[in-house]
Design a protein around this ligand. Structure first.
Ligand code: FES
Length: 146
């Protein structure tokens, strides 16, 4: 176990431990400050909060927002909800996931509505909301940022 990381996780957990319902704020802070919730972080957080590892693990794995692996260089999230599906989101998703399969610098995720339905297919590229997406627009933006 990385003792520096364990100390950082413990400090985050202790900072929130006295608050009401501290587990979710702790997990958000770990992701924000350290990039992801590593498997070994679960034991540290459980120890500080006097919870079982299973309790913490269950929460970490239930919510997709709590990354469990280190972040990659670029993240594309594509909307797969109905309004975007009606204007071609499936084809964009299929093309983008196929094109970047095996690319360790690009992670493709799915979201079910960004609230940008009128401009579908919608998605985010490195956190920037985009509308009227095509696979070619995703490629161009990723290439420009590499
Ligand atoms: S359905 Fe895609 S943004 Fe709402």
């Amino acid at each position: 176990m990385d003792s520096q990381r364990a100390a950082a996780v413990r400090a985050i957990a202790e900072r929130h431990a006295g608050s009401r319902g501290p587990l979710l704020p702790i997990l958000h802070a770990v992701v924000e400050e350290l990039g992801h919730v590593a498997e070994e972080d679960v034991a540290t957080i459980a120890d500080v909060l006097n919870l079982s590892r299973a309790d913490v693990h269950g929460v970490v794995t239930f919510y997709h927002d709590f990354r469990r692996t280190p972040p990659v260089a670029h993240r594309v999230e594509l909307c797969r909800a109905e309004a975007c599906q009606a204007v071609g989101a499936q084809a964009v998703f299929d093309a983008v996931t196929q094109r970047y399969a095996g690319d360790e610098d690009v992670e493709i995720g799915q979201v079910f509505c960004f609230g940008n339905c009128a401009l579908g297919p919608s998605g985010t590229i490195d956190g920037r909301l985009r509308g009227r997406l095509t696979a070619e627009l995703v490629d161009a933006e990723l290439e420009a940022s590499r």
